[in-house]
Ligand binder design. Structure first.
Ligand code: FE
Length: 208
């Protein structure tokens, strides 16, 4: 993870404590039920998350015709796959895929706030909402990508896609070398959320 952003070391712990306090208060006041938060969490663990995006990417890697359809009409191509019901849920409207390749590296961002394709990527990481990332990502994407550990060769274009309530982008990363022997399921296991945001490449399997 990049050191791009300055957050206090106890950020995760203090956020978790605030959430626990807020949840307890909401339950006490009768605003939510005692199992409401668990239900939402379960949705993002089983229905809507990067495990869906990884399956879509792996299919695109093994099936070039599917990849073409995915880029041309993302919702229609996704509908071909047997993915969970959460695919139709919030923040899943108007998703659009862009594919990395020899000539282009894509980066997704939401300059306005934090629009993100929840059904295929899950909930965005906190730094996706950071004003510094949102501003620098469009102003100097190559420098930002380098800080994330992705050095894009000068000959390769960098395209930045601004997600919004109208379109929520995700990236089909490049398939790593030496994966020709791998099954679609094994390939899906290589795909990280960061790679589908464009801030990471997909690493080849450790055994390759
Ligand atoms: Fe947004």
């Amino acid at each position: 993870m990049s050191n791009l952003f300055q957050f206090p070391d106890d950020r995760e712990a203090s956020s978790a404590a605030k959430v626990r306090a807020l949840e307890a208060l909401l339950i006490e006041k009768g605003v939510i039920g005692s199992d409401s938060v668990d239900t939402v969490l379960e949705h993002f663990e089983t229905m809507a998350g990067p495990f869906n995006g990884a399956k879509i990417v792996a299919r695109a890697w093994v099936d070039p015709a599917f990849k073409q359809r995915l880029v041309a009409d993302t919702p229609a191509a996704i509908a071909e796959l047997a993915l969970p019901q959460g695919m139709a849920g919030a923040e899943g409207e108007h998703m659009a895929a862009v594919a990395n390749g020899e000539d282009v590296h894509n980066l997704i961002i939401c300059t306005l706030c934090s629009c993100y394709p929840w059904p295929v990527l899950g909930l965005p990481p906190y730094w996706y909402k950071d004003p510094v990332f949102r501003a620098r990502g469009v102003r100097e994407p190559r420098a930002v990508l380098k800080e994330f550990g992705v050095e894009v060769p000068a000959a390769k274009d960098v395209k930045v896609w601004d997600s919004s309530a109208q379109i929520r982008w995700f990236v089909v990363p490049e398939r790593p070398a030496n994966t020709g022997h791998m099954s679609e399921t094994e390939l899906a296991a290589l795909v990280t959320p960061e790679s589908m945001m464009g801030v990471a490449l997909v690493a080849p399997p450790a055994s390759a």
